[in-house]
Design a protein around this ligand. Structure first.
Ligand SMILES: [Zn+2]
Ligand SMILES: [Zn+2]
Length: 585
C-alpha cells in the first residue's frame, strides 16, 4: 500500500495562531513606516515568527521598539482576521506592487486552485490561514521583536537580499521573559563572542570564510588538548602518523568519496597534469599505510591515529565560528582488527570517550546508535553483506551495554560503510549537533584490499573502526568554550596567572615572581602598562584568567602578593608558597 502524505498537525494550535497573526501585524506596522516596502514571507518558527522585507534603507535595532508599538496599537483595536478565497488573477491585482507576492502567486497558480487572502484592519496578506479570530486573543505583553538579519529571497544568493525581522511570542509574559533571558545568556557564552574577547581565534575576509586563524591564546589551548589526547592514545597503544593534505583522484574513486561525498569536497588541483583533491577525510591515507606490509592476526588490532586536518565544503550561509568551518582538524584514528576483537575494542573506545568527557565536564550529551534503513535504497541499496552489518550492530550494542550507557536509535543515520555510534549534543540555541562518532566499516577493506592472515593461514578482509574521541579539535573547543562560558579550567587556561604591577618601582619583584612561576611551568602574563590597578583587574577578570597577582610597594616589603581568584575575588596577602598550598596547583 502506498503511504499517504499526512499534513503535519499543529502542535499547539493557539500559540501557533498567535505567532502567525503577529507576523501579519509586523508586516502591517512596517508598511506604516515604509509604505513602499516590498513584502516577502512571514512564517511561524520555533519560538515566534519572522517576516522578510525589502526596505528603502537599512534599519537598526532601536527602531524595533517603534514597530512593536505600532503592532500593540493594532492589537488594542480588536481587529478581526477575515479570510476570502480569490482567483489567481484577482490576487495579482491586489498585490500588483508586491513583486515577491506575485512570484508566489505565479507558483501557487500552477496548482490551479483558488488562493486565500486574509485581512486584518487595512492589511491584506496572501496566506493559507491559521490566525486568531480577533487580536483580542493576543497578549500584547507576551511578544517582542528580537533581532534583524539579512536573508536572500527564497534563500538564493542570486536574489535580492531582504531584511528579516524576528519576533518571539509566547502565551504569557513570564514565558517570554524566560526565553529572552535564556537567549541573552546563550549570546554571552557564544564561542564566537568569547573567541574575540579572549583573543583565541579570528576570521578574516582576506583569508576566506570558514577558515579560522588560531591566535596564540587559542593555539595554547589547542596544543594542550592535542597533548592530552596524544598521551591517552599512546597509553592505549595507538600509533600516531602524519599524512599530506592532498591525494590523487584515483584514491578517492576507490574509497567511494567521489561517488558518495563529492558535494562536500572542493574542486581538484592540477599538479603535473594530474588531478589531486584536498582530503575530506583521513581514512584513505591511513589505509595505504596499513597495506604497506602483509599483516598477521597476531599484529592486530593496529591503531593508527592522526590529528588530521580535513577540508569540506560548507555553504557560506551555514558557516559558524569554529562550529562549522571549511577546514578542521580531527582527533582521528583507524583501528584495523579481526571480527572477534570488535566488541572489546568498541568497549574500550566508549570507555575512553566517557573518561575524556567526564574530565572536560561535558554535560547534556547523549549516544545515538545509527543504523541502516534498508528501505532507503539510494543510501543502503547496494549493501550485500547484511550479516556483517548485523554483527557490527551487535558489537556496538554490546559495547554500549558494557559501559552501562543509554542510547537512542537513529534508523537510516548509519554511514554508507557501516553502523555507528554518534555522540550528540545540543548547542546553546537548542540545535542538535554531532560532536563525535565511532563507526564500524565493512566496506573499505574490500575496496583497498586490506587483509590479514588468520590463524588457519587464510587471507581474509580486516574490519575497520573509524573513531574520533573529541571529534574535531575546532568544534570541541567551541563546545568547551560555550559549556564553561569561557572560564576554562586552570589546566586549560592559556594564561593561568597574570601579574599586575602597580608601578615601575615594583618591577624587579614582579619579575622575580614571574620567574618563579615560569619555573613551576605556570603560564604567566605580566601587565606592566601604565594603567590603574582597577583597570588592570577589570581587564584580567574579563579575560577570565584564573588568578591575578596584584603587586604594589606594600607587597614588595612584605615579600607577598595580593591574590585574586576568578569567581571568588580577593583572597588577601599570601607568600608564593602559601599560594601554591592554597590553590593546590
Ligand atoms: Zn496569515
Ligand atoms: Zn575514517
Amino acid at each position: 500500500m502506498k503511504n499517504k502524505i499526512k499534513k503535519a498537525p499543529l502542535h499547539n494550535s493557539s500559540l501557533e495562531n498567535i505567532r502567525h497573526s503577529l507576523a501579519h501585524l509586523l508586516a502591517s506596522a512596517v508598511l506604516k513606516i515604509f509604505p513602499k516596502a516590498k513584502l516577502g514571507i512571514g512564517p511561524v518558527i520555533e519560538s515566534g515568527f519572522y517576516y522578510d522585507f525589502l526596505l528603502p534603507r537599512p534599519i537598526s535595532d532601536n527602531e524595533l521598539a517603534k514597530i512593536e508599538e505600532l503592532m500593540r496599537q493594532e492589537i488594542k483595536q480588536d481587529l478581526e482576521f477575515r479570510g476570502k478565497s480569490v482567483t489567481a488573477n484577482n490576487a495579482k491585482k491586489t498585490f500588483k506592487d508586491q513583486p515577491f507576492k506575485l512570484d508566489l502567486i505565479k507558483e501557487f497558480s500552477k496548482e490551479k486552485k483558488n488562493l486565500t487572502l486574509y485581512q486584518s484592519g487595512n492589511f491584506i496578506d496572501l496566506c493559507r490561514g491559521g490566525h486568531v479570530s480577533n487580536t483580542k486573543e493576543i497578549n500584547p505583553e507576551a511578544f517582542k521583536l528580537i533581532k534583524i538579519a539579512g536573508a536572500y529571497w527564497r534563500g538564493d544568493e542570486k536574489n535580492p537580499q531582504l531584511t528579516r525581522i524576528y519576533g518571539a511570542a509566547f502565551e504569557n509574559k513570564n514565558e517570554l521573559d524566560e526565553y529572552v533571558a535564556r537567549m541573552k545568556k546563550a549570546e554571552e557564552s557564544d564561542h564566537r563572542k568569547l573567541g574575540e574577547e579572549l583573543d583565541l581565534f579570528m576570521m578574516d575576509e582576506d583569508i576566506g570564510r570558514g577558515l579560522p586563524l588560531w591566535l596564540p591564546n587559542g593555539f595554547t589551548v589547542r596544543k594542550i588538548l592535542e597533548d592530552y589526547m596524544f598521551e591517552l592514545e599512546r597509553a592505549q597503544n595507538y600509533k600516531h602518523v602524519f599524512t599530506p593534505h592532498i591525494a590523487k583522484e584515483a584514491i578517492y574513486k576507490k574509497s567511494g568519496h567521489l561517488s558518495h561525498y563529492k558535494d562536500d569536497m572542493y574542486s581538484p588541483l592540477i599538479i603535473d597534469d594530474e588531478k589531486y583533491y584536498l582530503k575530506p577525510m583521513n581514512c584513505p591515507h591511513h589505509h595505504v599505510i596499513y597495506r604497506r606490509s602483509k599483516k598477521s592476526y597476531r599484529e592486530l588490532p593496529l591503531r593508527l591515529a592522526e590529528f588530521g586536518t580535513v577540508y569540506r565544503y560548507e555553504r557560506s550561509g551555514v558557516l559558524s565560528g569554529l562550529m562549522r568551518t571549511r577546514n578542521f582538524t580531527q582527533n582521528d584514528a583507524h583501528i584495523y582488527l579481526t571480527p572477534n576483537h570488535l566488541e572489546t575494542e568498541l568497549t574500550k573506545i566508549l570507555e575512553m570517550h566517557k573518561n575524556v568527557y567526564t574530565e572536560f565536564e561535558m554535560e547534556n550529551y547523549w549516544y545515538r546508535l545509527s543504523l541502516p534503513d534498508f528501505k532507503k535504497k539510494e543510501k543502503f541499496g547496494d549493501i550485500k553483506n547484511k550479516k556483517m552489518w548485523a554483527a557490527g550492530e551487535k558489537a556496538l550494542r554490546g559495547a554500549l551495554a558494557n559501559n552501562g550507557l543509554d542510547f537512542v536509535e537513529g534508523l537510516g543515520e548509519a554511514s554508507f560503510y557501516g553502523p555507528k555510534i554518534d555522540i550528540q549534543v545540543k548547542n546553546l540555541y537548542g540545535r542538535e549537533e554531532t560532536i563525535a562518532t565511532v563507526q564500524v566499516d565493512f566496506y573499505s577493506a574490500g575496496k583497498f584490499d586490506l587483509n590479514y592472515v588468520d590463524a588457519s593461514g587464510k587471507e581474509v578482509p580486516v574490519v575497520i573502526i573509524h573513531r574520533a574521541i573529541l571529534g574535531s579539535f575546532d568544534r570541541f573547543f567551541a563546545f568547551l568554550l560555550e559549556n564553561t562560558g569561557g572560564r576554562l579550567p586552570f589546566w586549560l587556561s592559556p594564561v593561568q596567572v597574570k601579574i599586575l604591577a602597580v608601578n615601575d618601582k615594583v618591577l624587579e619583584y614582579a619579575k622575580e615572581i614571574e620567574e618563579y612561576l615560569l619555573e613551576k611551568n605556570i603560564r604567566v602574563g605580566l601587565d606592566l602598562r601604565n594603567e590603574t590597578v582597577g583597570k588592570k583587574i577589570r581587564e584580567g577578570e574579563l579575560q577570565k584568567i584564573p588568578y591575578l597577582f596584584v603587586i604594589g610597594e606594600k607587597e614588595v616589603v612584605a615579600k607577598k602578593i595580593a591574590v585574586r581568584e576568578r569567581g571568588k575575588g580577593d583572597l588577601g596577602l599570601k607568600t608564593i608558597e602559601e599560594f601554591f598550598e592554597l590553590s593546590k596547583i
